[in-house]
Design a protein around this ligand. Sequence first.
Ligand SMILES: CC(=O)[C@@H](O)[C@H](O)COP(=O)(O)O
Ligand SMILES: NCC(=O)COP(=O)(O)O
Length: 240
Amino acid sequence: MDYMTKLSVNINKIATLRNSRGGDVPNVVQFAKDVQRFGAEGVTIHPRPDERHIRYQDARDLKPEVYTEYNIEGNPIDSFIDLVLEVKPTQVTLVPDAIDAITSNAGWDTIKNKDFLMDVIKEFQNNGIRTSIFIDPVLKQIEGAKATGTDRIELYTEAFAHQYDLGDKNAAKPYTKAAELANKLDLGINAGHDLSLENIEFFKDNISNLLEVSIGHSLIAESLYLGVENVIQMYLHKLK
Ligand SMILES: CC(=O)[C@@H](O)[C@H](O)COP(=O)(O)O
Ligand SMILES: NCC(=O)COP(=O)(O)O
C-alpha cells in the first residue's frame, strides 16, 4: 500500500532573511504558524553551530506552536543533542554536516559511524523522539542504516534534483532501488534537498512509500516568485 507523503516546510530561509536585518521581520514563529494554517503537515529546522539562520532559541520558541510534525535536523554534536533532548520534537534527522558547510552536501557513512549512530539514536528513541538519518541512495548504506536501529532514513536528493534538471530520465533510478530495499528492511523513508515544484511529482511517483519530504530553499524562492506580482500591485495601489 502506498502512503500519503507529508510536506514538512523547512523555515531556515525565513531566519536567514530575518537575521540579515536584525530585528524580528519576518517572524519565524508566525511563519511556522502560517504554513501549518495553509496546510503544511510539518515544520523542519536545521540549526547550524554558527546559528547563521535558525538559532537554538528559535527551536525552543517554535515548540509550543508546531502542532504538526516538528522535525529538527543537524549534526549530533553535544550542543545539538542537548537541544533536541530539551525541545523533544517529533523527529530528529541526523546529518553529517561539516562545521563550515554552506549547506548539507553528503549523507552518512552508516558503516563507519555505526557505533556512534547507534548510541545517539538509542538516546533519542529512549526520549520518545523518532529518528531519521540522512543518506545517499547507496544500498550498502541503507543496510548500514538498518543496523543503527534508526526508525527512518532521509534520502539526500541533491543528485536527483541535479540530474532531473539536466533532463535525465533515469534521475530517480538509484532512489527507487534504495527505497525498495528500505521498504524491505522496514525502514521509513523521508527525502529532502533541492526538491521543488519542478521535480517533486516525478520523485514521488518513483518512490514507493515516501512518508515525508522536507523542502525549504525552492519552496521559499517559489513563494517569492509567485507572490511578487500581487505585492507590487498592492504597493502601486497605495501609491496612487
Ligand atoms: C539536510 C538537508 O538537506 C537540509 O536540511 C538542508 O541542508 C538545509 O540546510 P540549509 O538551510 O542550512 O541549507
Ligand atoms: N531535509 C531537507 C530540507 O529540510 C530542505 O532542503 P532544501 O529544500 O532547503 O534543499
